[in-house]
Design a protein around this ligand. Structure first.
Ligand code: NAD
Length: 260
């Protein structure tokens, strides 16, 4: 993808989960469009390798988004290294699957803490800094599962629905501080998170039956929607849930196409 504008010049962004998949793609594109990026992840080795590749405007910080001190430290790192914070992308997430009757308390806690509490803690500290500076823009990465349940995915879908509502609550509370808060809800994206699943042809086929575009997205295809929401072009967009799923959300009905 060739990027021709510099719309985030002199802006500082935090990207959580920046070592892989969607977070990495967002961080890379922010750098291409002129921003400085503090990327947070548990995987510091990968962050260091990315820093060597993307240069001085990328700074990797080891952080666990479920720990409040780490969320606060991330914001301090952005201020100390690059002088402030205008943009934040809360992307880190993963899940442990299981049907409700078999899901352990620890698997529930792992998933809900990472996907929902992590976003709360990061938003809290990002917004405190942005408010001091007169405003900013936060984009949370939820999932289509915020609106659509998934077999054996109760913890993940519940947490992602929570992220969607946290986004709207943030939009309501933070507008007075000049901060907009929006979310993207990705469908099926080719990242390390879904690699094993997509290797299984029968499971992949079941997904493709539902996805009208008949393919998963590349992580780079999440960057346009996410950066649009962060940008001035979306200056009056606040509390939005932007589904980016190739039309998957439309296909709850069986596929009737063979009869037409
Ligand atoms: N891949 C998909 O199909 C898909 C679909 C919808 C939503 N999402 C969401 O997009 C986000 C990114 O997913 P991805 O597919 O790029 O996954 P990924 O596994 O490629 O990247 C996730 C990153 O988050 C980091 N991470 C995990 N726990 C962390 C923690 N406690 N603190 C800091 N960092 C942590 C991981 O080290 C990893 O680098 C997740 O929130 C995921 O739920 C993904």
């Amino acid at each position: 993808m060739t990027i021709i504008n510099n719309r985030f010049a002199n802006k500082v962004a935090i990207v959580t989960g920046g070592a892989s998949g969607i977070g990495y793609a967002i961080a890379e594109r922010l750098i291409q469009e002129g921003a400085s990026v503090v990327a947070a992840d548990l995987n510091i080795e990968r962050l260091q390798a990315i820093q060597a590749q993307l240069g001085e405007r990328f700074y990797g910080v080891k952080a666990n988004v479920t720990v409040e001190a780490d969320a606060a430290n991330l914001v301090s790192a952005a201020v100390e290294r690059f002088g402030g914070l205008q943009l934040a992308f809360n992307v880190a997430g993963a899940s442990k699957a299981g049907v409700i009757t078999e899901l352990s308390e620890s698997d529930w806690d792992f998933t809900v803490d990472l996907c929902m509490k992590g976003v709360f803690l990061c938003m809290k500290h990002q917004a405190l800094q942005m408010a001091k500076q007169g405003g900013g823009s936060i984009v949370n990465v939820a999932s289509l599962n915020a609106q659509v349940p998934m077999y054996a995915g109760s913890a993940y879908a519940s947490a992602k629905a929570g992220v969607d509502m946290l986004t709207k609550n943030g939009a309501l509370e933070m507008a007075r501080s000049g901060i907009r808060v929006n979310a993207i809800l990705p469908g099926l994206i080719e990242t390390p998170l879904t690699a094993d699943l997509l290797k299984q042809e029968d499971i992949k086929a079941a997904y493709m039956e539902r996805i009208p575009m008949k393919r998963a997205a590349k992580p780079e295809e999440m960057t346009g929607p996410a950066l649009f929401l962060a940008s001035e072009d979306a200056g009056y967009v606040n509390g939005a849930s932007l589904i980016v799923d190739g039309g998957w959300a439309t296909s709850g009905y069986p596929d009737l196409s063979r009869w037409f």
